[in-house]
Design a protein around this ligand. Structure first.
Ligand code: PBG
Length: 327
């Protein structure tokens, strides 16, 4: 057979395959989500997210220790407050769960990089991501509480803040609050294109943040929309975001590709709770190999153009990268 071009030449063994790889992964690109429960002592398994835990303020440093042991140097914090109200006021409490968690982590591991999720849904008694006006979330009133919350995180020592609420103008509001108090150097990672997704189910159980009525379609994006993601990213760039994000990851690889091509900022993807739970459930049912499915999914997100990934598998992935199984 006269075949001049034989792509299989570059697939002959592991060495040549690794040489020709187009996508490289690093533990440095991984961010691990940590759930901190103000009312908890010790740690407690999260039933909806097998292998994940709620940590108390007394054990959150252990979560970080495990990250470091696996080669993960960055986390994003989610809080479960002891009390909730209509405004979500414990979100910006100087002694709130996230603020105390940041202090506990920084005391034990000053160099560990702490990102905080900035949103109201875990702190409001109605579970929506902002201040209600009737049954709607009032955009402009919410900006004020988001900015206060982000500022309180920075004051407690957060390295970066990540607003996930999807209010219009929140990046500008947070930037102004940070800059006004001397936090010019705290970056904002914006959940720019965050879709109203069915894949957040296990997280809402874990964070106790399901809305008590209605849904989040009035602020999170419609999964049918692609151009709108570009618009959301462009607005965040204008408002001063430092890092953009697309969320979820696996069902939105096209959006990751387009947004990472269109903008110069680093692009984060969030492989959300439902993506993790699907792999766990399918492997528990004997249908797929968990480790391989985890690796392949993560590779796909970077291949799509993400520069970094938030994932519940961060520790396992870091180890797989270190062992040369991927990347
Ligand atoms: C808070 C927030 C959510 C997630 C991250 N930040 C839930 C939501 O928007 O309902 C989801 C993360 C996941 O599913 O892993 N707004």
């Amino acid at each position: 057979m006269e075949l001049t071009i034989r792509p299989r030449r570059l697939r002959g063994n592991e060495s040549i395959r690794r040489l020709c790889r187009e996508t490289r992964l690093s533990p440095d690109s991984l961010i691990y989500p940590i759930f901190v429960d103000e009312s908890l002592n010790g740690r407690r398994p999260i039933p909806a997210l097998e292998g994940q835990y709620h940590y108390g303020l007394d054990t959150v440093a252990e979560a970080v220790e495990e990250c470091l042991a696996a080669g993960v140097g960055r986390c994003i914090l989610f809080g479960l407050p002891a009390r909730k109200d209509a405004q979500g006021s414990s979100a910006w409490d100087e002694k709130g769960v996230i603020q105390e968690a940041i202090r506990a982590i920084k005391k034990a591991y000053p160099d560990f990089y702490v990102i905080t999720d900035v949103c109201m849904c875990e702190y409001t008694d109605h579970g929506h991501c902002g201040i209600l006006c009737g049954e709607q979330v009032d955009n402009d009133k919410t900006l004020d509480v988001l900015a206060r919350t982000a500022l309180s995180h920075a004051q407690a020592g957060a390295d970066m803040v990540a607003p996930s609420d999807m209010m219009d103008g929140r990046v500008a509001a947070i930037r102004a609050a940070l800059d006004g108090h001397g936090f010019q150097n705290v970056p904002i990672m914006s959940y720019s294109a965050k879709y109203a997704s069915a894949f957040y189910g296990p997280f809402r159980e874990a964070a106790g943040s399901a809305p008590s009525f209605g849904d989040r379609k009035g602020y999170q994006m419609d999964p049918h929309n692609r151009r709108e993601a570009l618009k959301e990213c462009a607005l965040d760039v204008e408002e001063g975001a430092d890092i953009l994000m697309v969320k979820p990851a696996l069902a939105y690889l096209d959006v990751i590709r387009e947004c990472s091509d269109a903008f110069d900022l680093p692009m984060c993807a969030y492989s959300v709770s439902g993506e993790y739970a699907m792999i766990k459930a399918a492997s528990a049912a004997g249908l797929i190999d968990e480790h391989k499915a985890m690796c392949e999914s993560a590779v796909s997100v970077f291949r799509a153009g993400a520069d970094m990934l938030i994932t519940y598998y961060a520790k396992e992935l870091a180890q797989a990268i270190r062992k040369g199984e991927i990347g």
